[in-house]
Design a protein around this ligand. Structure first.
Ligand code: SF4
Ligand code: SF4
Length: 120
């Protein structure tokens, strides 16, 4: 089955809210993206280092936005509390998805030039 553009975009949202589709590291191929390859067996989730990713993929969630433990989860909330602008932006992405759903997020995020961006 061929994936539509919308489905491809969803696979390219990192579990933490980083948008891989517009991330320069994915575009220049220095990163394979957060989730690509685990569904096909090209990558082995038991070797992944990111705790959010391991948890999220094992639970078969698209991102941490789908998780009922999101607000109290120490793994993701500690990640968002790290110092650095990008962590706040990744949190904003997941919060936006939780409030507005994936299609609205993808429509906005497809215009970004980085793994995060503006919402106006
Ligand atoms: S930090 Fe983890 S969850 Fe976020 S994009 Fe990277 S691998 Fe995925
Ligand atoms: S428990 Fe935490 S890391 Fe795991 S899917 Fe839920 S929010 Fe993400």
């Amino acid at each position: 089955m061929l994936l539509g553009d919308k489905d491809i975009s969803k696979i390219l949202i990192g579990c933490c809210g980083a948008y891989c589709k517009t991330c320069p590291a994915l575009i220049n191929k220095s990163c394979r993206g957060c989730k690509l390859g685990y569904d096909t067996g090209n990558r082995d989730i038991s070797k992944a280092k990111c705790q959010m990713k391991v948890c999220c993929i094992k639970k078969k969630y698209e991102t941490c936005a789908d998780c009922s433990d999101y607000s109290t989860c120490e793994i993701i909330q500690e990640f968002y509390n790290k110092s650095g602008y990008k962590y706040k932006k990744y949190k904003q992405a997941i919060d936006f998805i939780r409030e507005n759903g994936y299609p609205k997020f993808i429509k906005i995020a497809d215009n970004w030039k980085n793994a995060f961006g503006k919402y106006e």
